[in-house]
Design a protein around this ligand. Structure first.
Ligand SMILES: [Zn+2]
Length: 196
């Protein structure tokens, strides 16, 4: 049974990757503004941990919304960076690739503070896991991090700080803007851990 993780190069997915050491890590370039940086960080992490890294590239920028797509946010967006059906999209691409790779478990790292959008909730993960399980391939979608905040994950998995300090969470640019909710979350984590 092979395991894969969805690795974006942010704090949470770095922690999960370190914690479960999957056979493969997938980074999806779906047309998000920060794809280059996410790929760079993810490659680095996989190299350090000796994990196979695959990039799945399908440009969906036209269908995106908000800061990650560099366009106006939709009027139903719960946040600046919300992208409609994003986790569902990423899970679908990863599931498609998992069939080729004989992977039966795909792990994602949504955390407690992600539950303001529906696709970061326990209900969502139950539903999507039921759906992929029903389909050919019987892929399991697993999110073991829902009950934790980012800084708690770092402790839970005892993640080395040099890996955390590589993380990229900015939603706006490949160079951290320092102002968006992703950057603020990262600064908060660094503050909690007393990293400068
Ligand atoms: Zn930012």
């Amino acid at each position: 049974m092979k395991k894969a993780v969805l690795l974006s190069g942010g704090v949470d997915s770095i922690c999960l990757t370190y914690g479960i050491l999957p056979d493969i890590a997938y980074t999806v370039d779906y047309g998000q503004t920060v794809a280059d940086r996410e790929i760079y960080v993810s490659k680095y992490i996989c190299n350090e941990l000796n994990i196979e890294h695959k990039i799945i590239k399908v440009n969906c920028k036209e269908l995106g919304s908000g800061t990650l797509a560099n366009c106006e946010k939709s009027n139903i967006s719960p946040s600046e960076e919300w992208w409609p059906y994003r986790n569902q999209l990423l899970i679908t691409f990863a599931s498609m690739q998992s069939i080729k790779d004989s992977v039966t478990e795909i792990y994602l790292a949504s955390v407690k503070s992600d539950n303001f959008h529906k696709d970061g909730t326990e209900v969502f993960y139950k539903l999507i896991n039921n759906l992929t399980n029903y389909q050919e391939g019987n892929v399991n979608i697993i999110c073991p991090t829902l009950k934790f905040f980012s800084h708690e994950l770092i402790h839970k998995y005892s993640v080395p700080l040099e890996l955390i300090s590589m993380a990229h969470s900015c939603h706006i640019s490949n160079l951290a803007c320092g102002k968006c909710s992703g950057c603020i979350k990262q600064l908060r984590v660094r503050h909690e851990l007393k990293i400068k």
